[in-house]
Design a protein around this ligand. Structure first.
Ligand code: ASP
Length: 336
């Protein structure tokens, strides 16, 4: 019999409405078990660890990523797979962070949650939870993934794009790893093959000396300077237009050049939901390339920022190494 560990961090899936205000607040896991008696019918041995306190995912920080990493590290040998219940709001960030933290992963880690609390009649939480357990027990996809509605997606390719409908997550630049219908159909060609030689390790440090700079028409020099002059800044995710384009005004290019010369790695990520950065296409992109901005290719914002936080926290990583490593795919997060 397969053994799975279910880690409950919080999120709508386990929330209940406050009788007085109507606002949702987290409840403990026993309530979830009561609502999904099917959990007992599974032919898997399921243990549970609950975060204390359980949290709305908007309050998640690198501290909780490290806690999740430690739980998985301490229980890695005892279980065949892991299911993480997490709020949808920041699920793509946590799951991307976890994908970078863990090297040598040879077991499934499946994140899921729901748009409606599990106690509500039309909840999507029951299906999501049951299918995630099935996927984790199958052991076909030994990656960090998100299962939602009927899709299993590579976590570091996902974005929460819908705050209302059940298909909350999308992976526009990478196909689903599995689709659940009558059967769960695995897309075997798109699954990462674990490197059997690589040791299982969890890097729990994250640097918060990173920032993001989302450009828009009418961007002010004051705003750009404020971001780029943050003391101790190591990296910036620059959210650009289209295929990686940005204004060519001298003040803007000079501000970026100045930051790069001070040792800040600037990673170019497109504001478009799908497609890739190609700075060689237009003059407005070339300028960035010339001053040393790095292309993020088709990486998501969630993946870019957590990867930057992960890499910048590594021991002895200097500007050149950070610049080099941020471009290279670590866990299938960029198409090469
Ligand atoms: N606010 C909730 C959370 O992210 C939303 C959800 O779970 O869907 O924790």
């Amino acid at each position: 019999m397969k053994r799975l560990l279910l880690i409950y961090t919080g999120g709508t899936i386990g929330m209940k409405a406050n009788a007085a205000t109507g606002a949702l607040h987290p409840v403990d896991f026993s309530e979830i078990e009561r609502e999904v008696p099917e959990l007992k019918k599974f032919n898997v041995a399921l243990d549970t660890i609950t975060f204390d306190p359980v949290i709305d995912s908007s309050n998640i920080e690198p501290l909780q990523w490290a806690e999740l990493g430690s739980i998985i590290e301490n229980n890695y040998d005892a279980y065949d797979g892991f299911v993480v219940l997490h709020g949808t709001d920041t699920m793509s960030y946590t799951a991307s962070a976890l994908s970078f933290m863990i090297s040598g992963l040879q077991k499934p880690i499946v994140f899921t949650g729901s748009q409606l609390p599990i106690g509500v009649l039309r909840t999507d939480g029951r299906e999501n939870l049951i299918s995630s357990i099935e996927v984790a027990a199958a052991g076909v996809v030994n990656e960090v993934t998100i299962f939602f509605q009927n899709m299993l997606l590579r976590a570091n390719r996902t974005t929460k794009y819908n705050s209302e409908y059940f298909n909350a997550f999308r992976s526009d630049n990478y196909p689903p790893l599995a689709v659940a219908g009558i059967n769960i159909d695995y897309n075997l060609n798109n699954i990462l093959r674990p490197n059997k030689m690589s040791r299982f390790e969890v890097a729990k440090e994250f640097s918060t000396d990173v920032a993001s700079l989302k450009i828009f028409p009418g961007l002010s020099p004051k705003f750009v300077e404020a971001v780029l002059s943050i003391e101790g800044l190591r990296g910036v995710v620059l959210e650009t237009f289209g295929a990686g384009n940005a204004p060519t005004q001298k003040w803007f290019v000079d501000a970026l050049r100045g930051a790069i010369e001070r040792g800040v790695v600037v990673l170019n990520v497109t504001q478009c939901a799908a497609g890739s950065v190609d700075m060689s296409l237009y003059e407005t992109g070339r300028e960035l390339l010339d001053i040393g901005v790095v292309s993020g290719g088709d990486i998501t914002f969630e993946s870019a920022i957590t990867k930057m936080m992960h890499l910048a926290a590594q021991k002895d990583i200097n500007y050149d190494r950070l610049k080099e490593r941020i471009k290279q795919p670590i866990r299938g997060e960029i198409t090469v």
